[in-house]
Design a protein. Structure first.
Lengths: 373, 103
């Protein structure tokens, strides 16, 4: 009897495990990748290259320097119907104008709290320009692509990587290494705001997070930072099921959003991979934590379709991470190292609302958390 | 030597496979350092980003599986990993001897 059990166990380990791994690799044959294009690559050129390799466009990123800030925004094509590159260009600029409008509306609400802060004024002044109404007269400027998200077989992604238009292709990695612990006061932001509101785009809502570092001494060359915002998706929560922004996500856990923007260095929309169903994260991370500058305001705004809940609650955490490998800047290359609560679960209550927080001392973990305003 | 190598490889597989076994989490404080791996936990994971027991989230205590290293900070305890591999290798070696004696 015992021999039979041992034989079954050995069979499971040597036959079952390899078969399971093989089945898993078959399922994940289609890989999602982030592709960085050569400088000055236009949208139409990029689309032609993708078509040549039989790859779909899932989202694209654009970078825009404004004053001393470098802004990045990513336009998701999940909900966008388009035929030509002109069509897509027009829709992008329309969405970009709404993004700017939401940012400025959020800053106006926060203005009274930051009235004597020159660094705040620098942030407001750096909000990227846009081209309001260009989509009506078909006079929108060409879009220069920084990075795109696509999905395909390893072979088609490899073919794309060999194009002269492509700088680099980042794919999912599983390697990791244990990091050293760093005193949170040396890497977490000192103060900031969370503003969750209906968007200027009908049927959509946004989350705008601002953050300011007093010191960035805890960041090293490979450091990354995530500003993790969560909404309550529990069916048994006090406010009932659903989230204020849509809870939808891709199979790999990337949130389904309409458009996001940030002036954080090397920003990315974070995955919800293996997060439990009863919470939903809406997080922009900075893959290049070492490039975060102290005494500077940063912001990240995510706009997405309305969720199932009209009232919700949430929480906010700061997370230090690291990149592996160091020259990869996508969400799949950032691994979490340490977490600090800014608003514990579910102290951001209710949503929608506007909340401001501040760690009062650089040496002590004393935090003042503002209520809704 | 061949059998010895096979036992070591097998013990590594078994020890890695024990990561799939959920761990009992008793309190919210314990979510900051959940141990995984048997017989001695060689991975310690911080799952404090999950608000167990708060407003509709599952209550503690509960059995909690290992989470994604992208989202949940992981610390490897290399000495415990080595110890686990040695223990499992010794047990497998003894089992092999016992099986040979039976047959």
């Amino acid at each position: 009897m015992l021999q039979k059990r041992i034989a079954v166990s050995l069979f499971l380990i040597f036959v079952g495990l390899p078969l399971g791994l093989h089945a898993q690799s078959q399922r994940s044959d289609q890989q999602r990748a982030q592709v960085y294009f050569a400088p000055n690559t236009e949208l139409a050129t990029m689309l032609a290259e993708l078509t040549k390799n039989g790859l779909p466009l899932l989202a694209f990123q654009r970078r825009q320097p404004q004053g001393t800030q470098l802004w990045t925004d990513e336009f998701s094509l999940d909900q966008v119907v388009w035929q030509t590159s002109t069509d897509l260009t027009n829709q992008y600029w329309q969405s970009h104008a709404a993004l700017r409008q939401d940012l400025l509306a959020s800053y106006r609400r926060l203005a009274a709290k930051r009235i004597e802060d020159p660094a705040w004024q620098a942030l407001v002044d750096s909000v990227p320009e846009t081209f309001i109404g260009c989509w009506e007269s078909s006079s929108c400027p060409t879009i220069i692509i920084y990075r795109i998200t696509t999905e395909g077989s390893p072979q088609s992604l490899q073919n794309l990587a060999q194009s002269t238009l492509v700088d680099r292709v980042d794919q999912q990695t599983t390697s990791n290494s244990a990091p050293a612990q760093v005193n949170p006061v040396l890497w977490r932001p000192q103060k900031g705001d969370v503003d969750i509101q209906p968007s200027s785009v009908a049927g959509e809502r946004y989350i705008n997070n601002t953050m300011y570092w007093g010191t960035t001494a805890g960041f090293t060359a490979n450091s990354a930072y995530e500003h993790d915002f969560f909404l309550n998706n529990s069916e048994e929560s006090a406010y009932g099921p659903g989230t204020y922004l849509t809870a939808d996500q891709s199979l790999t856990g990337i949130p389904t959003v309409a458009h996001w923007t940030s002036n954080l260095p090397s920003p990315y929309l974070d995955t919800r991979f293996e997060d439990p169903d009863f919470v939903r994260s809406y997080t922009i991370g900075a893959a290049d934590g070492a490039a975060i500058v102290a005494d500077t305001w940063y912001t990240s705004l995510i706009r997405a379709a309305n969720g199932e809940a009209d009232i919700d609650n949430g929480y906010l955490q700061a997370q230090l991470g690291h990149r592996t490998p160091p020259d990869c800047y996508s969400t799949w290359c950032v691994f979490g190292d340490q977490i600090v609560d800014i608003y514990p679960a579910y102290a951001i209550d209710p949503v929608p609302g506007q909340y401001s927080w501040q760690f009062y001392s650089i040496l002590l973990p004393v935090i003042e958390r503002g209520g809704p305003s | 030597l061949k059998n010895g190598l096979l036992i070591v490889v097998l013990s590594v597989v078994v020890v890695l496979a024990t990561l799939l076994i959920p761990t009992a989490v008793l309190s919210p404080e314990a979510t900051a350092a959940i141990g995984y791996g048997l017989p001695f936990a060689y991975i310690v994971q911080d799952q404090s980003r999950i608000p167990f027991g708060v407003d509709g989230a599952p209550a503690l205590p509960r059995w909690q599986g290992v989470g994604s290293p992208w989202e949940y900070p992981v610390q490897l305890q290399p000495l415990y990993l080595l110890l686990d591999i040695i223990i499992v290798a010794v047990l497998l070696g003894l089992a092999r001897l016992w099986l040979r004696r039976l047959t």
